[in-house]
Design a protein around this ligand. Structure first.
Ligand code: UD1
Ligand code: CA
Length: 432
């Protein structure tokens, strides 16, 4: 919508969050809180987005959002002051304001807001929500279904504390009218901040109408504390799981799993309990991820079985019908089809072909203390249990390695390699 500039407020001090960094860069299901809202903004106004940052988080926000349209609010003097910073940059007829800390907002609700705003004679429209736990939110005072005033928590009179209709912070307004009146917002005496919602009182005193739409409270939650963060993250997790279940993914104990914003799971996959799936992970049809497995930046092809208790680290690809068992760690490796690494192994910086069996306790010794080296195991190889493969090393196809070997040289095709000292049996040496 070309007549709208979206402004995202992201300059707050995050005092209540009690973290060393701005709460807005904190990953929520793997994506910074502010990116969730930035992605929504892109769907509404394309590139026409301005982000208000502070001195401390500006570089990180620039990097995360990949945008140069950042305006710095030098001192955190409140949401009205933050909006004032973008005055000279907003050229469009209307301005949409989003708070960086309300990441569950849905595009359809903003579209509904824009549509109501444009169809009515109101010069500003906002999103409100009803909640039985309104503490901390600005409350709406209405007059004939128009917004007369928003009162912040600290200014509420005792009887107003019962009001359940809250301000979400999402506001669209006529740009000129907003900026003309913004300067009249006075500093709050208690907090020494200028509050954007005070614009409502100024508008209604001048008979400039402000209306509102009401949306589901779950989508309007703001993240102020770590407690809020957990509530919001749980809501998102439930949403992801519900979507996957609808598409045919079977979760044995959905509430115990963690998924990321970009997790892709195909229908007919089963996910058992306590599975963690970090960013950039794809799981294809028919695969089973068994309990307590941890996957990060991994692609698992069709019909493979992972875990229980497997750890698959970044840049790992598992082929079709392969089996990665308990206490197996794999990193930066490509594993072929029909491969079995069933117990207690470490595979790093490796390429493993098809139909390979890796015995229990096999380790790729990929690190010499300075550099990482590669292990290549070709098709139809059998590696006996407890083998150490000292990389760089290549095991050519159809070869076998005897259990307990330390392999320091490349092994040619069709060979049997055993590195093992001869067993000595000394008779009658029984301990007492
Ligand atoms: C704000 C609203 C409140 C609403 C609630 C919804 C105000 C005064 N109050 O309260 O009515 O119910 O959100 O979640 O607006 N920010 C800046 N610069 C500043 C201060 C804040 O950019 O100087 C940014 C913050 O980074 C944040 C957003 O503005 O993204 C909202 O600020 P916050 O302090 O969280 O306001 P709330 O107390 O949650
Ligand atoms: Ca907030």
């Amino acid at each position: 919508m070309s007549d709208i500039t979206t402004v995202i407020l992201a300059a707050g001090n995050s005092t209540r969050f009690k973290a060393s960094k701005s709460k807005l860069v904190y990953p929520l299901c793997g994506l910074p809180i502010v990116s969730h809202i930035f992605n929504i903004a892109k769907k509404i106004s394309g590139k026409n987005i301005l982000v208000v940052s502070n001195e401390k988080n500006k570089e990180e926000l620039k990097l995360i959002l990949n945008t140069s349209k950042l305006v710095v609010q030098k001192k955190q003097k409140g949401t009205a002051d933050a909006i004032e910073q973008v005055k000279k940059f907003v050229k469009s007829k209307n301005i949409l304001i989003l708070f960086g800390d309300t990441p569950l907002v849905e595009v359809k609700d903003i579209r509904k807001l824009v549509s109501k705003f444009k169809k009515s004679k109101a010069k500003a429209s906002l999103i409100a929500f009803n909640t039985s736990e309104p503490h901390g939110y600005g409350r709406l005072l209405l007059n004939n279904n128009y917004v007369e005033e928003i009162i912040e928590q600290i200014n509420l009179k005792p009887e107003q504390k019962k009001i359940n209709l809250c301000n979400s912070g999402i506001l669209i307004a006529n740009t000129k009218l907003l900026f003309d009146n913004l300067k009249n917002i006075k500093e709050n005496k208690i907090k020494k901040e200028r509050y954007l919602p005070d614009i409502c009182k100024i508008f209604s005193k001048k008979n400039i109408p402000i209306n509102y739409i009401e949306c589901n409270k779950e989508t309007m939650l703001g993240i102020n504390t770590l407690d809020d963060f957990n509530v919001v993250q749980n809501i998102l997790q439930k949403k992801y799981v519900k979507n996957f279940i609808k598409n045919g993914v079977n979760f044995l104990k959905p509430n115990t799993c963690y998924l990321s914003y970009d997790t892709k799971i195909e229908p007919t996959v089963t996910i058992e309990s306590n599975v963690t799936i970090k960013e950039k992970t794809i799981i294809k049809k028919g695969s089973i991820i068994k309990s307590n497995s941890y996957l990060e930046e991994v692609t698992i092809d069709e019909n493979s079985h992972i875990g229980p208790s497997a750890r698959l680290r970044p840049k790992t690809k598992i082929g079709k019908k392969s089996k990665i068992g308990n206490f197996v760690e794999i990193k930066n490796s490509k594993i072929g089809n029909n491969v079995s690494i069933a117990h207690l192994s470490y595979v790093g910086d490796s390429e493993i072909g098809n139909n390979v069996n890796i015995g229990a306790g096999t380790i790729t010794c990929n690190y010499d203390g300075k550099k990482k080296h590669k292990t290549i195991i070709k098709d139809n190889v059998f590696i006996g249990s407890n083998t150490s493969l000292i990389a760089p090393v290549v095991i050519e196809s159809k070869s076998r390695i005897g259990a307990g070997s330390v392999i320091t040289k490349n092994i040619p095709k069709n060979s049997l390699a055993i590195e093992r000292s001869a067993l000595k049996i000394l008779r009658n040496k029984r301990s007492k």
